[in-house]
Design a protein around this ligand. Structure first.
Ligand SMILES: Nc1ncnc2c1ncn2[C@@H]1O[C@H](COP(=O)(O)OP(=O)(O)OP(=O)(O)O)[C@@H](O)[C@H]1O
Length: 235
C-alpha cells in the first residue's frame, strides 16, 4: 500500500478532531475523501502532510512511518499536497509559482524543465500565461497551477483539498478529466478531498468521513449509486 492511515487521531491545540481514521491509497489509485463541512477532511490531509502532528495511530508512506517527520521530509519522499485555498502566490509569475514546487523537493534544473514541459502538455491553458502574475489567472487556471505545482518533482501521491471549490461545473469536469489523464500517463496516485460528488466519476474508491472518523467506504461507483449517502454527506 502506498499510503496507510491507521487509527489516526489529531487535532488543534488540545482539541481533538480526528478520532481514529483508517484509510488506504494504493499505488496509482484515485481515492476520494468525502464529507460535509467540519467532518475533518482537511485535518486528515494536514496530519498526513505533517502540518499537524499525529497524536496516536500511524501514517505510513510506501512502508516508511511518517510520524515525527517534517512536511519537507514527507514531500521529499514523494508526497504532494495542494492545501485549501491553493497556496498560490499571486504577485509571482505562473512559472515562479510552478518552480516553487521544485525547490521543495530538491529537483535539479534540468529535471524541473522536463517536468514543467510534461505538465504544460496537460495543463495547456497555463502555457501562454507563464510570464503573467499568478493573481491574474481565473479561478480554474489557479487551481490548475496549484495542482501542476504539486506534481513537479514527480510525487507518487498528490493530495488535493477541494479542487472543485468555487468552480463552475464545466471547469470541475475538465479538471477531473486532467487528473484522470495524469494518473493514466504517469501512474501518480491522488487523494481528492471533495464535497462535490462529481469526483466519484474518476475515483476508484471513496471514503466518507463524519465526526472525525470514516463512516463508510467502498468502490466509487457503488457510493455514487447510493443516493441517500450522497444526500446525507455531500453538499
Ligand atoms: N486551524 C484550526 N484551528 C482550530 N480548529 C480547526 C482549525 N481548522 C479546522 N478546525 C476544526 O476542525 C474540525 C474539522 O475541520 P476540517 O477543516 O478538517 O473539516 P473539513 O471536513 O475539511 O471541512 P471544510 O470543508 O469546512 O474544510 C472543525 O470542527 C473545525 O472547526
Amino acid at each position: 500500500m502506498l499510503l496507510s492511515i491507521r487509527e489516526l487521531t489529531s487535532g488543534y491545540g488540545r482539541v481533538p478532531v480526528l478520532r481514529g481514521v483508517d484509510l488506504d491509497v494504493a499505488e496509482g489509485e484515485i481515492v476520494a475523501l468525502l464529507g460535509v463541512n467540519g467532518a475533518g477532511k482537511s485535518t486528515t490531509l494536514r496530519a498526513v502532510s505533517g502540518v499537524l502532528p499525529t497524536w496516536s495511530g500511524s501514517v505510513s508512506f510506501d512502508g516508511t512511518t511518517l510520524g515525527g517527520r517534517t512536511p519537507e521530509a514527507r514531500a521529499r519522499l514523494g508526497l504532494g499536497h495542494v492545501p485549501e485555498g491553493r497556496g498560490i502566490l499571486s504577485s509571482l509569475t505562473v512559472r515562479q509559482n510552478l518552480r516553487l514546487g521544485a525547490t521543495a523537493r530538491g529537483r535539479g534544473a534540468r529535471d524541473v524543465a522536463q517536468d514543467e514541459e510534461r505538465l504544460l502538455d496537460v495543463f495547456d491553458a497555463l502555457r501562454d500565461k507563464l510570464a503573467a502574475p499568478a493573481g491574474s489567472l481565473s479561478g480554474g487556471q489557479q487551481q490548475m497551477l496549484a495542482v501542476a505545482r504539486a506534481l513537479i518533482g514527480r510525487p507518487r501521491l498528490v493530495m488535493v483539498d477541494e479542487m472543485s471549490f468555487g468552480l463552475a461545473p464545466i471547469l470541475v469536469t475538465q479538471l477531473l478529466g486532467l487528473v484522470a489523464r495524469l494518473r493514466e500517463e504517469s501512474g501518480t496516485a491522488f487523494l481528492l478531498i471533495e464535497q462535490n460528488s462529481a469526483v466519484l466519476d474518476i475515483a476508484d474508491r471513496a471514503y466518507v468521513l463524519a465526526g472525525g472518523a470514516v463512516r463508510t467506504s467502498g468502490p466509487a461507483h457503488e457510493l455514487a449509486d447510493s443516493e441517500n449517502l450522497v444526500r446525507a454527506y455531500l453538499g
